[in-house]
Write a protein that binds this ligand. Structure first.
Ligand code: IVH
Length: 698
């Protein structure tokens, strides 16, 4: 690559910055992109490369900030220059007419309203000085909030540098940060797939999913790593301008000006001459809002003239010139046709309501989760009941109540199943647990198939020549019962194997049979899996709660399957992030003779049972050889796991507790009191992060 001088770099950085800002504006504000995503990414990459080469040329407003990378351990608390008030809420037409009456009495001449959607996200205040984004602060308690500027800079619809030149020298603009429904669904799908591969039950997964786009947006904006925020695709609509002596006469005029500087302003804002026009707007959006790509929970009605807003003023909590009309949670009524019981890979039973199809919040609902037996009992459900379903911000619709006036007098309460719907085994329910389980771990088809599917999955053994359909085929033909059976499959056993695939609605059933090409692919995929590194084998065997990351931690800490099999509870608990639940699950797994036998069969098949040098952190130096470290508190350059790896990479050892054998205690921010005390007592040197950095050569 040709060497570039600093002056040339500066010129190119300026060109790239203005080009990228322009494309960003076209894409996010005008919704009319001028180049492909790929070309855009190329420009951004070039800019990032140059800024890495010449860090002194990178400005805080550079579009490279969009990809994040700043880690904030604790957000600064900042006092709002203008307090962030809330709005009074109403749910009825009468309340709105009363509001209109109050406004009319308070003003002695004509006025108009502006109706805006009430975005369901988190409020944010953005301060711009000389056209540059300086600070972004959350609402907090209305008086002071958290400074989340680095995270906000990753939101592409928020300009880092303003367009044009007619903006006030200093102003604050407020709006709502939201997570579009599509991003929300995508993130939840990823979480759910990952947790399901890690052996969590439907119920446990439901508990861990992001609850609704608003919570997701609120959680995301307070994340420590802005690079993660950048990937979450947040968006932001602005709806209020604050500053000294702003030249705008109406709210609408101020929003139009803001739009011209590059802010995203809702296109659904409408000026209304009177309260009847406001009510028409509400009626339209009560229905149409489900078609929007993001959540709204109402409409905000504001007096348009800024002078009239000032005349009306504020109560202690909210402006007298605005009110929020909230939509009712959407619900629909339909018939409960049946209850279906699903069996997961871990044997957990999840009851699901089979409903007569009904339209709700923009989609057709046929199923609702029922979670467990208690839930069914609490609702006193009966087949044939007319039930109310709600989406109320949750991902999967739920049944909220039964319409008792429509209940058939001769109906009976649902009796929860006592036997597994798949294999007929008597179900179990452990004390204190809500879920029923099928204990027939080695004989229940969905459990067996589920375990094998997990075993071959991408992040486990990655045998992509097999999939759900082929696993079913092999299982139905009694060729596989456990993962290790895959390794005794042969060409002769597979060739010509048949399976009937029942057609989707309206389609005919099909018969497929395995041909030479597929057979060879399957066998070579299985053969190749023997080279998959140990940490993934450990993940693949499907110990409950041992996900990809936990497997990696265990593999690095214990180095071999043998060592993990022999590990005691105390030893397991010493590994970072391994708590009681995981430790117990590992011990339980190896207590079961069938599991030990399976692990043995996999060993005999030739899988990797030891950590390879490739999976181990690479050695950098031996400057810490013979030294043992205890790290306590938060460091700025590393997270907890990273620092441990770095210590080992320089030949040092990690200890979890301070003892006479400890050489140094590295103390970050807010170190543990007991560790520091013990170190002092034992006369062990306590060093800070800078000293530690010097030890390892910076
Ligand atoms: S105006 C003085 N306009 O609703 C109040 N707020 O309870 C100025 N919100 O904290 C707020 N969409 O987070 C306004 N179009 C909109 C809004 C909106 C959503 C939120 C905002 C505020 C809360 C009011």
């Amino acid at each position: 690559m040709k060497e570039i001088t600093k002056a040339e770099a500066q010129k190119r950085i300026e060109e790239l910055t203005s080009e990228i800002n322009e494309h960003n504006y076209k894409y996010y504000v005008q919704a009319s992109p001028a180049i492909s995503d790929y070309d855009f990414d190329m420009l951004l990459e070039e800019l990032i490369r140059l800024e890495k080469q010449f860090p002194e040329l990178a400005s805080p407003e550079s579009p490279s900030q969009r990809v994040g990378g700043t880690v904030t351990k604790e957000f600064n608390s900042v006092k709002h220059k203008y307090p962030m008030l809330s709005l009074s809420n109403t749910y009825s037409e009468q309340d709105l007419r009363d509001f209109d009456e109050r406004v009319r009495k308070g003003l002695d001449n004509e006025f108009q309203y502006i109706c805006e959607l009430k975005f369901d996200g988190v409020a944010i205040g953005l301060t711009y000085v000389d056209g540059k984004l300086k600070q972004a602060v959350t609402r907090g308690d209305g008086v002071q909030g958290d400074e989340v500027t680095a995270n906000v800079k990753t939101i592409r619809s928020i300009p880092l540098v303003l367009h044009g030149d007619d903006y006030p020298k200093e102003f604050e603009i407020r709006g709502e940060i939201l997570m579009p429904r599509s991003s929300f669904d995508k993130i939840n799908k990823e979480i759910s797939e990952q947790l399901s591969e890690d052996g969590y039950s439907e119920d446990e997964i439901a508990d861990r999913l992001l609850k609704n786009p608003r919570n997701a947006a609120a959680g995301t904006i307070k994340m420590q790593d802005s690079a993660v925020v950048a990937k979450r695709n947040l968006d932001c609509f602005l709806y209020a301008l604050y500053g000294e002596n702003l030249p705008y006469e109406t709210h609408q005029e101020s929003l139009e000006a803001a739009h011209s500087w590059g802010f995203k302003i809702s296109e659904h804002t409408k000026r209304c001459k009177n309260i009847d026009e406001v009510l028409d707007y509400l009626a339209v959006w009560e229905k149409k809002r489900t078609k929007l790509p993001f959540d709204t929970d109402g409409v905000v009605i504001k007096v348009d003239s800024i002078r009239q807003q000032k005349d009306l003023g504020f109560t202690a909590k909210s402006p007298r010139w605005a009110i929020a009309y909230k939509f009712k949670a959407e619900s629909a009524s339909t018939t409960l046709l049946d209850i279906i019981y699903q069996v997961g890979r871990t044997g957990a039973i999840t009851p699901v309501a089979d409903l007569k199809a009904v339209a709700l919040a923009g989609s057709t609902v046929r199923r609702a989760t029922l979670h467990n037996a208690d839930q069914i009992e609490k609702l006193d459900l009966r087949i044939g009941d007319q039930v109310f379903v709600e989406k109320g911000g949750e991902v999967i619709p739920k049944i909220t109540a039964v319409d008792l006036s429509k209940r058939d007098l001769f109906s009976h309460p649902v009796k929860y199943i006592t036997k597994c719907p798949e294999c007929g085994t008597e179900l179990e329910r452990k004390e204190g647990e809500a879920q029923h389980y099928c204990p027939n771990v080695n004989g229940c088809p969905p459990q067996i198939k589920g375990r094998i599917e997990h075993f071959i999955s991408r992040k486990a053994m990655n045998i992509d020549s097999l999939g759900e359909g082929k696993i079913e085929m092999l299982f139905d033909n009694k060729l596989i019962h456990r993962p290790s059976d895959l390794y005794s499959l042969t060409y002769d056993k597979l060739i010509g194997l048949e399976k009937i695939i029942s057609g989707e609605e309206g389609e005919k059933a099909k018969k497929i049979s395995l041909q030479e090409k597929s057979v060879k692919k399957i066998l070579s995929g299985i053969e190749e899996s023997k080279a998959v590194p140990f940490e993934r084998v450990l993940y693949a065997i499907g110990i409950r709660y041992v996900g990809e990351t936990v497997a990696k931690k265990l593999a690095i800490a214990f180095k071999s399957m043998d060592a993990i099999e022999k590990a005691s509870s105390e030893q397991l608990l010493q590994v970072e992030e391994i708590g009681e639940k995981i430790a117990e699950s590992v011990l339980e797994y190896f207590k079961v003779a069938a599991n030990r036998k399976e692990v043995e069969a996999l060993r005999n098949a030739g899988l990797q049972f030891e950590l390879s040098a490739d999976s181990m952190p690479k050695m950098i130096s031996n400057v810490l050889e013979g030294k043992s470290f205890v790290v306590t508190g938060t460091l700025t350059n590393f997270d907890r796991d990273q620092v441990k790896v770095v210590i080992e990479q320089h030949g040092g050892k990690n200890q979890s507790g301070v003892s006479a054998k400890t050489t140094f205690v590295v103390a970050g921010e807010k170190p543990g009191d007991s560790k520091i005390e013990k170190a002092k007592k034992l006369n062990i040197p306590i060093i800070d992060e800078d000293e530690f950095m010097k030890m390892i050569g910076g």
